[in-house]
Design a protein around this ligand. Sequence first.
Ligand code: DAH
Length: 362
Amino acid sequence: MSDLLGELAALEAELGAEIAQASDESSLEAIRVKALGQKGLITLRLRGLGQMDAEQRKIAGPALNGLRDRIGAALSAAKSVITARAQAERLAAKRIDMTLPARPYEPGTIHPVSQVTDEIIEIFAGLGFVLAEGPDIEEDRYNFTMLNFPEGHPAREMHDTFFLDANHDGERLLLRTHTSPVQVRTLLAQKPPVRVIIPGRTYRCDSDQTHTPMFHQVEGLVIDRNIHMGHLKGTLEAFARAFFEIDQVKMRMRPSHFPFTEPSMEVDIGCKRSGDEIRIGEGDDWLEILGCGMVHPNVIRNCGLDPDEWQGFAFGCGIDRLAMLKYGAPDLRAFFDGDMRWLKHYGFQVFDQPSLCGGLSR
Ligand code: DAH
């Protein structure tokens, strides 16, 4: 009998060592079959209990049953360790970073109008101007009347205004035809001295290769004591040099007419044309870039200020046109088509913020 017990102890040690060494489920299964399968070492011995006499069975029975249970338990413990390890490995191999974008993402670009607007703001901020804005839907008095457009004046018709339906007071609001109404809004809200730069969307009922019903303008306004045309000219020259990123820009002023300025001028810059291409800063041709003038005394008076005490200058120009000129996009309508190929070609990198020290367009 002690032979059998010694044999079982050796068998248990052997199986235990094999179980401890098994590294995957199939080798564990092989050990299970070898020990507990139909012809397994423990199974066959259990079957042999029937041939033993009662005395022997009393000792061998519990010993064999105990061995079977311990080996069974060791196998299932080893199996759960191995399956847990295998699952951890599978999960590690399938690991996904949930913070990544769902699709391989196409970085967007900054629209040339946004880029040029930022460039202009940056230049004028460097000259001490602050940003001002106003609503796209405007009152007639701010868009026209207070800017010295008399009722029935032909200049009103020239603006091809989009009017909204009359409201319950019979008043017809409109989509602002220029950024100039923000001059009036600023002067009503702030005491001079005032130095503001006003970019924004503007609207006129017009559409062809160089006109779209919605477009962008930027307006500048300076009101202070003793402001004269020299300040206007110097400011515009500083702007043109910084914006076109060239040391010398030829500039000329031609007399013009706007109801809200007196005198009024249009400003041309020197350029060279060859075919469709326009080069700024060289050649003998001229290109009109903006309208400007000394703020009309009536506008200053309409805003509750004394024109004998306060004077100033103003200017306005099309941002889209400046963007076309600087970055060589030929058709204005394409600016507002939202075509991804166009945006990829003409757009700017998201992190290329224009700055005077870092360079505007680089
Ligand atoms: N508001 C004018 C326009 O849309 C542009 C303009 C001209 C603005 C002269 C000004 C200015 O401030 O002084 O055509």
